[in-house]
Each structure stands twice: as structure tokens, then as C-alpha cells.
Design a protein around this ligand. Sequence first.
Ligand SMILES: Nc1nc2c(ncn2[C@@H]2O[C@H](COP(=O)(O)OP(=O)(O)OP(=O)(O)O)[C@@H](O)[C@H]2O)c(=O)[nH]1
Ligand SMILES: [Mg+2]
Length: 427
Amino acid sequence: MAAGSARYVRYILVAFFILAVFYFVSNSTDVTTPLRTHLPGVNKPADGGGNNGGGSSEASEPKPPASNDVKAKINYDPAQFPMAMTPNDPGWNDLAGIRDGPRMNATFVTLARNSDVWEIAKSIRQVEDRFNRRYNYDWVFLNDKPFDDNFKRVTTSLVSGKTHYGLIPEEHWSFPEWIDQDKAAKVRQDMKEAKIIYGDSISYRHMCRFESGFFFRQELMLNYEYYWRVEPSVELYCDVHYDPFRVMAENNKKYSFTISLYEYYETIPTLWDSVKKFMKNHPEHIAADNSMGFLSDDGGETYNKCHFWSNFEIGNLNWLRSKAYTDFFNSLDRDGGFFYERWGDAPVHSIAAGLMLPKDEIHFFNDIAYYHVPFTHCPTGEKLRTELKCHCDPGENFDWAGYSCTSKYFEINNLEKPEGWDTEGKD
Ligand SMILES: Nc1nc2c(ncn2[C@@H]2O[C@H](COP(=O)(O)OP(=O)(O)OP(=O)(O)O)[C@@H](O)[C@H]2O)c(=O)[nH]1
Ligand SMILES: [Mg+2]
């Protein structure tokens, strides 16, 4: 009898142990399968493909992870699924059909108005033709107004992955209560008179603040670990032979760009003062091997206005949701420059990446040829462009022009500029 009950106790303990292991495994983050788990305090989004009504009932703030937790966990052996990174690698020209191999927990993301439908249709078509038709990643669309049926129909018909449509909660697209409305209105009037582009626009400011601090916390975005931002009217000029999300995950990259340039000073006169205040208050968030040399030419005293152009970005959402980034955004937001000036999300993201990420976590995607009015990134090197079947004019390449900061990026990372950088497009 005693031996019998001891056996039962053992059975119960073994069962408990198996259940505990199962629970642990099923709750761990896995970059190869969509998370479909949810942070505390956030409602589960509608799932499934096609036209999700995508209402968004955000947003008790989820607890941000510490930034040193933000390391991609790869649970496959990359060597078992080799990616053709150069034309010499097997499978380079295998551009038909759906690629086998792992997928990252990633999505395209677009902020758009209903009226942007035909311009975003053009962008989607190029992204699909050049890349996603072989990978079928999802696409999240976000809007401060409900998407109409036409927008959903057109975009869903073009995207090879699942589409999701989210309505931005008002608190992510409005003035915070600490903003002095009279002061903000006066700034808009002054900027209008000074003819500063979008200087008198309220919606542009909401857009910049939203892209700086909220897109990655939208309910639909909580399902994913990596994003690729796509705007209306952009172009992709070359085939993308490999999976950029895998490049990000396997190399522990957090942020990436194709074009960099100097910011329009009148839109950010006090941004660097706010950044310096943040650095003083939060030295714990500043990376030891950071890219200060990209942002400042005098060791951090002043901002040289260099930034990565954020209308193209592939990045890690958990980094943006980290305590470091959240503290950074909250500190800037409190200072009010999104409304008292016209801070753009590009310098905000770039300064965050430049100061809080180690240099080697930022990546330049030379292979991804890109255009957003008025600048082009067309890869240097005729051989490379032919291999990537590019249709851009190398004479339009902005990388090495005086107003680009990409040379500076190469310098601080000790990268050698590609052959032809000083001659191509010059004749
Ligand atoms: N839903 C919504 N999206 C917006 C609004 N304003 C801008 N956007 C989107 O936000 C992104 C950036 O806006 P853009 O107007 O392209 O800003 P920009 O790239 O600085 O300027 P452009 O040179 O005009 O392209 C785009 O994806 C727009 O579709 C808005 O009021 N509502
Ligand atoms: Mg744009």
C-alpha cells in the first residue's frame, strides 16, 4: 500500500515535470514561428488572413524588456538552410517559386491614409516582385482613421502574405496634455511663414511622433519581432536574393538603412539638447561601442544632423519596445519638440540607434536598391547591379554625394567603399 502510494506520487511528479517543461517551451520566444503571444495588459488582436477589421483597443502600456534581453534566438542551424548572399553561392538564381527554409517572425508595416491606396499599391507591387512573392511575409497597415474596403481589397490582392489592418488609438495620434497649444500654434504659424516643409502641419507632427514612439506598440505589431517599413511611392530597383530578416536575426542586427543624409536644421534646433539631457539622466542606456562619430563631429557637443532615412527601415521591434528606447522616447516626448519644433522620426530613430546600439548592430543594406523622392540608393559597382538585375541609374546614386552621411558611416565602421564609388555616374 505504502509502495503503491509512493508510485502514485512519483507518477504525479513526473507528470508535473512534463507539464512544466511543455509550458516553458511553448512560452519561449522563437523567431522562426510567429509569436502570436501577447504582452500583459494587451488584448489579443484579430488573427487570420485577409481583411481583418483590425479595430484597435490599445493600450495599457506593456512592460518593456531590458535592452540586453533583446537578442534574437535562432532555433535552427543556419548552415542547414544556406542563403545565397553572393552570385557565387548555390541557389543565387533560384528566384522562382516559394523559398523553403525558415521564416523570421517578421512583417512589413505601412502607415497610410485611404487616399494613399494607389501609391502604396505601387510600392507593394515592387516589394512583392523583387522579394516577397518568394517569402510571403505578412503586411500590417496602420491608419489614424478606419481603412475603407477599397484600400483593404487592393492591398490584400497584392500582398502574398497575410494582411492586417489596425486603427491607431487616439492617445497615439493626438497632443499629449503637457503641450501648450498656444505655443505649438505659434510655432506652426512661424514655420509656415519661414516656408519650412510641413511646418504648419499638425497631422505631419502626429505622424512623426507616432513613427517615433508608437508604431511598434500597436496591438497588431506585438505579434512580431522584426519589421520592414514601406511607404507609398517608393521603388525597389534590384532583386533581393536573400531574406533580409534572416540577415538581421542571424547577425543580431537591430536597425538598418539604405540612405542617410543631413537633417533640415530648422526642424530640430533643440533636439540635441534633449538628447544630451537624456544621456546625462540615463548613462546606463548608452552603448560602449556606439556610433557617436556618425552623429557628432565634436565628441557629442553638437549634432552634425546625420541620420538614417527612416522611410526605409528593417529593424528589431523588441529593441524599440525595450526600456532603453522607451526611456529615450518618453524623455524626448516630454520636452515637446514634436510640437514646439517639427522633430522627424528619422533623426529620433537614428540618434537612438547611434547611441544605444553597439556599432555592429546597425546594418547598411547595400544590395537593397531604393528610392523615395528625391533620393536614390543604387548599389555601386556595375557587376553587382547586373547580378541583381537592377533598373536604377547609377548616376542617381546618392550614397557618395556631399549631402549624404553614408561616407561617414563607412569611416566610423572602418568599411572600405566599393570600387567605383568615386567614378560611377560622374560622366
Ligand atoms: N494614416 C495617416 N498616414 C499618414 C498621415 N500623414 C502621413 N502619413 C503616412 O506616413 C508616412 C510618411 O508620410 P509622408 O507624407 O510620406 O512624409 P515624408 O516621407 O516625410 O514626405 P514626402 O516627401 O511627402 O513623402 C507615409 O507612409 C504616409 O502615408 C496621416 O495624416 N494619416
Ligand atoms: Mg514619404
